[in-house]
Each structure stands twice: as structure tokens, then as C-alpha cells.
Design a protein around this ligand. Structure first.
Ligand code: VG1
Ligand code: CO
Length: 543
């Protein structure tokens, strides 16, 4: 076995987005493409001797190939030890958990998360740091800079590692330990939640359906919900991770998880429905005839957090991404704790969690999590809801209705315009930015613009500044329109329009969401000319 330096050509566009580098599989399959990015990670990390890394992915097409390549490159870079999930499998939250539990230096997550998989789908790679969370921008920018200047990559010519057998092997001087992907994570969950109460709930015949969407969370959900909590076999469906996610689009929302939603709206609906995404960090919570808005889920978890053993002592603060609804802010206010507003992407929560400024975090995009790890965590959120249901004796619907009655309802929706022409989308944002100053003070029907800006975030811990994080049009009654471009798409541009309106009056809490938001939808169009500029008649996805 020898370690070689392979000369390579540079690839443009290897700048990590909202959550790592995501491209079409075919782009990753170009000789040197993956290797260059991994080399750039190692060049950024510097001396790796004596260090342990964690490695795993969501099992999508190209996962195994990439794991083998990265192992051979890690050995060439003198990494002391790699912990790799069996079969190359580790959910994103499990990577975060394993990094923290084993004191690893960092980890590499192979996933394009909610993006479709398979040979014609997407692949992705992301570096997580010592705290278990996504690398902050100063590291991702350093990685990107290396991708634009490196001349070769170092790799061992050793044969493949057997990924399917748990245990220790050696690759060059490097130890490789194939670990059970579920064990550490399951142990952590059992410490956070009242497993006895949830087991008793299932013992009383409580019915649930968890849709793994043929992605990574299946094995975790099966082991925990059916195995440890005693839910009947068949509670977890689509539980086997597949390279193409069985043709599913593993992005849990009422559009992609239509089957689950139909089941929950049907006559024989179970009491609780849930789903997760490609890499297991997102969650969808569904009651009978009710898909819970992720922003509401964050607020409800926060308001009831002390029902779960891991949060008995109370929460320090809540952090939400800027486009996420302000439902959580009302809870924070009632609890007398801080609420932080960060840019989109989990990487911005890391410092707040590390500094113990926030305990719970959430994004409107079906992402919820806490200080137990440094990623959002799909199954964690599902277990939190199970814990709330078991401890309160209330249904999903009751918990939601009572929350709205107490705090008011933040009607909320996101309209995505996917794969539109990138130049037109950029131009729309530029023109919108130019208009912002003149928008303040203008009236549109019943709404008056109180503030219009492009969100700038200054991290309260390290004072790093992130600018151009989304255009906000904030009305005098707190209603909001937010527009931003996606940083995870791989085709053209995706424009996201976020809409929010607050309603205090409980007699008006059962409106149709799109109807409740109709005036704001019209204003968003009037101000941005989105449809005309992108040539689209309607959003690709409404959540
Ligand atoms: C989207 C979501 C964002 C989330 C990110 C990663 O990013 O809006 O809230 O953190 O995906 O989620 P963007 O830039 O496309 O809006 V995951 O589950 O794909 O890692
Ligand atoms: Co994800």
C-alpha cells in the first residue's frame, strides 16, 4: 500500500451553500471532483495526526463509493482513527451525536438531505466541527478557497474496507472502526425522553405511523419506536434506506408525504403521524386532519418543554431562523427568556447552543432541535411530541388548538418557485433590494410597511456578520413577507417566499391558511413581480 499524490484540475463552483456542497451525482462522479473537495477539507483542517473523525451518510446513491474514497484520503492525511457507520450509514443527527460522545475532532456527512437521490439525483458532502455542528462560514470559505488553488490530492491505494461488519480494521496507519449507526443515538434519546411513559402509551393501544421515506431515519425509528418503545410492527413504514429512496422525494411536507397526510385525513387514521427527510434531520408532525406547521411545532415544544425529562430544568432561550414564524417569540416572551433570530441554516445555531444562550432551535423548513446535539433532529422532534402526548394525555390537535388559544395563531406558509432561471431570480432580488428604502411607510390595503430590509445577522458570540440573508417586508401589525434564494438547490435558482400573519382572536383560528394569507401573497407578487419575472403562474410547492 502506498500513498500517492494525484495531480488534479480545479473545478469551479465548489462553494458550500446553506448546508454543504450539493450537486448532481453526475457532477460528483467526474474524476477528482469529490477528491478535490475532500482534499480542501483536509488542507483546511491541517495536521490530523492523533485525531478521530466520524464518517457516514444517508445511504443515497454514491454514498458507499464516497465513503471508500474518503477513508483512503483520510489515511493519506494521517488521520488516527475514523468512526464509520455500518454500511456507510449515519443520519445527520447521529453524526453530530457520535462526534460529541466520542470526542472526535469532526465529521464528514454525506448527504444532499431533502434533495432527491439516485444516479440522476443529487449528492452532497458537509464538514461538521468538534461541537458536532456544521462548520461555520469561516471554515466553509477556507475550504472553498482551497478548492480554487489546490494542485493535487493525497490518497492511499489500499483496497476497500468492509463496511458491513462492525468492528475495527486498519487502513495504512489509520484505525477504522465500523460502528452500529443507531446505538449511541438511541442511548441519547432514552436519556432525554420519558420512554416508560411512551411505552405505556403504546401499551394502551396508541396508534402511530412513521414514514421513513426509504431514507436514513428508518433504521433509527424502527429500533427506537418499535424496538425500545414497543409500538407494533408496521408502525414504521418505508424503513429501509434505499439508494434512490424508492423513488420518494425524502422532503417531509404535505406535498411529498401525501400518502401519510391522506392516511391521517382518512377514516382509519392513527392518532399520530410523522415523517423524516433523506438524512434524518427534518420532521413532519401530523395529527388527525392536521399537519402541524413546523414553526408552530417549535413553539409548542418550547411551551411544554419541561414535560420531557431532559428539559425538566427549563429552557434558556429559543433560536429560530429569520423566515420561521414568530410563534416561538411569543412563547419566549411568556417564559421570560431570549429569542434569537438567525439566518437560514443550522450552522448559525451552534454558537448560541455552545454558549448556552439557547436550548431549542427551529426552522420553518421542518427542522427542530436542541442543545442535545448541534444539528436539527427529526426523530428527536417526533419523540418530543410522543412525550408531550404521553405526559399530557392530549392529542396532537388538542395541543395545537390550546397553544393557539393561549398564544394566538401565526398563520404561516412558504411558497417555493423551484428551478427558475437563475439570472432572472438574481435580477429580481437586486431590483427588490433597490426598492426597499422606498417601501417603508407605504400602505397596501390594510397593511402598512413598517420596515423593509435585507436581513443582516451579527453573531452575538463571535460577532461574525452574515449579510444579504433574505429580504424582509415587515408590516406594522407584525405580519411579514420574506423573500430569499435557496442555497441547497442544484438546478437554476429556487425562490422562496415566506408569508406570516398573526391572529389573536380564537374564533378566527380555523381559517384556511392560504386564504388567511391571501392579502400578503398578493402584496408579495405586487412588490416583487415574481411571476412575471420567472414566467411562472404558480409556486412549485406550497408548504
Ligand atoms: C433549506 C432550508 C433551511 C435548511 C436547509 C438544510 O435551505 O430552507 O431551513 O436549513 O435547507 O436542510 P435553503 O437554502 O434551500 O432554503 V437539510 O434537511 O436539506 O440539510
Ligand atoms: Co436534512
Amino acid at each position: 500500500m502506498t500513498i500517492q499524490t494525484v495531480a488534479t484540475k480545479l473545478f469551479a463552483g465548489q462553494r458550500p451553500g446553506t448546508s454543504g456542497l450539493r450537486k448532481k451525482v453526475t457532477e460528483f462522479q467526474q474524476p477528482g471532483y469529490l477528491e478535490n473537495f475532500v482534499e480542501a477539507i483536509f488542507l483546511t483542517l491541517g495536521d490530523c495526526s492523533g485525531r478521530t473523525l466520524v464518517l457516514g451518510g444517508d445511504g443515497r446513491f454514491y454514498n458507499r463509493t464516497a465513503v471508500q474514497t474518503i477513508l483512503r484520503m483520510a489515511a493519506a492525511h494521517k488521520v488516527a482513527k475514523v468512526l464509520v457507520g455500518r454500511g456507510g450509514i449515519l443520519s445527520t443527527p447521529a453524526v453530530s451525536c457520535v462526534i460529541r460522545k466520542h470526542g472526535a475532532f469532526g465529521g464528514i456527512v454525506l448527504s444532499a438531505s431533502h434533495n432527491p437521490g439516485g444516479p440522476d439525483g443529487d449528492f452532497g458532502i458537509k464538514y461538521n466541527i468538534e461541537n458536532g455542528g456544521p462548520a461555520p462560514e469561516k471554515i466553509t470559505e477556507a475550504i472553498y478557497a482551497h478548492t480554487q488553488s489546490l494542485t493535487g490530492y493525497r490518497i492511499s491505494d489500499a483496497g476497500p474496507v468492509d463496511l458491513d461488519r462492525i468492528g475495527a480494521t486498519q487502513l495504512e496507519e489509520m484505525a477504522v472502526e465500523v460502528i452500529d449507526p443507531v446505538a449511541d443515538y438511541a442511548e441519547l434519546m432514552a436519556r432525554l425522553f420519558d420512554f416508560d411513559a411512551i411505552r405505556a402509551l403504546f401499551g394502551r393501544g396508541f396508534t402511530m405511523r412513521f414514514d421513513g421515506m426509504s431514507a436514513v431515519s428508518g433504521p433509527y425509528a424502527k429500533a427506537i419506536i418499535e424496538g425500545m418503545l414497543g409500538a407494533p410492527a408496521g408502525t414504521v413504514i418505508n424503513a429501509e434506506p434505499r439508494e434512490d429512496f424508492g423513488g420518494h422525494h425524502p422532503d417531509p411536507n404535505p406535498v411529498n408525504a401525501a400518502e401519510l397526510v391522506a392516511l391521517m385525513n382518512g377514516a382509519d387514521a392513527p392518532e399520530f403521524g410523522a415523517a423524516s427527510d433523506g438524512d434524518g434531520d427534518r420532521n413532519m408532525i401530523v395529527g388527525r386532519n392536521l399537519a402541524v406547521a413546523p414553526s408552530d411545532s417549535l413553539a409548542i415544544i418550547a411551551a411544554n418543554a419541561t414535560m420531557a425529562p431532559g428539559y425538566r430544568a427549563g429552557i434558556k432561550g429559543i433560536a429560530r431562523s429569520m423566515p420561521t414564524s414568530q410563534a416561538a417569540d411569543r412563547v419566549a416572551e411568556a417564559l421570560g427568556i431570549s429569542c434569537f433570530e438567525t439566518p437560514t441554516g443550522w450552522k448559525y445555531f451552534g454558537n448560541l447552543l455552545d454558549a448556552n444562550l439557547a436550548t431549542l432551535c427551529g426552522e420553518e423548513s421542518y427542522g427542530t432541535g436542541s442543545n442535545h446535539i448541534r444539528e436539527k433532529d427529526g426523530l428527536w422532534a417526533v419523540l418530543f411530541w410522543l412525550n408531550l402526548i404521553a405526559a399530557s394525555g392530549k392529542s396532537v390537535n388538542q395541543l395545537v388548538q390550546e397553544h393557539w388559544a393561549r398564544f394566538g395563531r401565526n398563520y404561516y406558509s412558504r411558497h417555493d418557485y423551484e428551478a427558475v432561471d437563475a439570472a432572472s431570480a438574481d435580477k429580481m432580488m437586486v431590483d427588490l433590494r433597490a426598492k426597499l428604502a422606498s417601501l417603508a411607510g407605504q400602505s397596501f390595503g390594510d397593511f402598512r410597511v413598517a420596515q423593509a430590509d435585507d436581513f443582516v445577522y451579527t453573531d452575538p458570540v463571535d460577532h461574525a456578520v452574515a449579510s444579504k440573508q433574505g429580504i424582509r417586508i415587515i408590516m406594522s401589525d407584525g405580519s411579514r413577507i420574506v423573500l430569499r434564494l435557496s442555497g441547497t438547490g442544484t438546478e437554476g435558482a429556487t425562490v422562496r417566499v415566506y408569508l406570516e400573519r398573526y391572529e389573536a382572536d380564537p374564533s378566527r383560528h380555523d381559517l384556511d391558511t392560504q386564504e388567511a394569507l391571501a392579502p400578503l401573497i398578493a402584496i408579495a407578487e405586487q412588490v416583487s413581480e415574481l411571476k412575471q419575472r420567472t414566467g411562472r403562474k404558480e409556486p412549485s410547492v406550497i408548504t
